[in-house]
Write a protein that binds this ligand. Structure first.
Ligand code: FES
Length: 133
């Protein structure tokens, strides 16, 4: 019998209690996911794909940009996911340690970093203004 608002993470039943994405549900079982472009204080960009998880049908999804749904069965650490993350990390490192030629992937990473910078600066100013009062 499937309980309302329940899903499983690596076989562990978890209650969905208004979490904004799978990352927040996954953290409830104590699993720390690798992330690059996600921060809980910033808007979701979902570009790096380091937080990919796999469901029971073999579908891959970014945990940071996927809403939790009752009945989901998510796996966070399969050999397929480890291989996928390793490839992504190698690509990201290769793009930034290369001969300086800017590839499409590097442009995307730079765009993500630039976007984060603006949001972080805006957040910093907001926090500074709040603490000044
Ligand atoms: S952390 Fe970058 S896509 Fe999820």
């Amino acid at each position: 019998m499937q309980l309302k608002n329940m899903m499983t993470v690596d076989g562990v039943p978890v209650l969905i209690e208004g979490e904004r994405n799978l990352l927040e549900v996954i953290s409830k079982v104590g699993t720390i996911m690798p992330v690059f472009c996600y921060h809980s204080y910033l808007s979701i960009y979902g570009a790096c794909r380091m937080c990919m998880v796999e469901d029971d049908r073999g579908r891959l999804m970014a945990a940071c940009s996927t809403l939790p749904e009752a009945g989901m069965k998510i796996r966070t650490n399969t050999s397929r996911l480890r291989r996928y993350r390793r490839n992504i990390l190698e690509l990201l490192l290769a793009e930034h340690c290369g001969d300086g030629a800017q590839t499409d992937k590097q442009k995307i990473v730079d765009k993500v970093i630039e976007r984060r910078k603006k949001e972080i600066v805006a957040l910093y100013h907001k926090v500074c203004q709040a603490s000044a009062h």
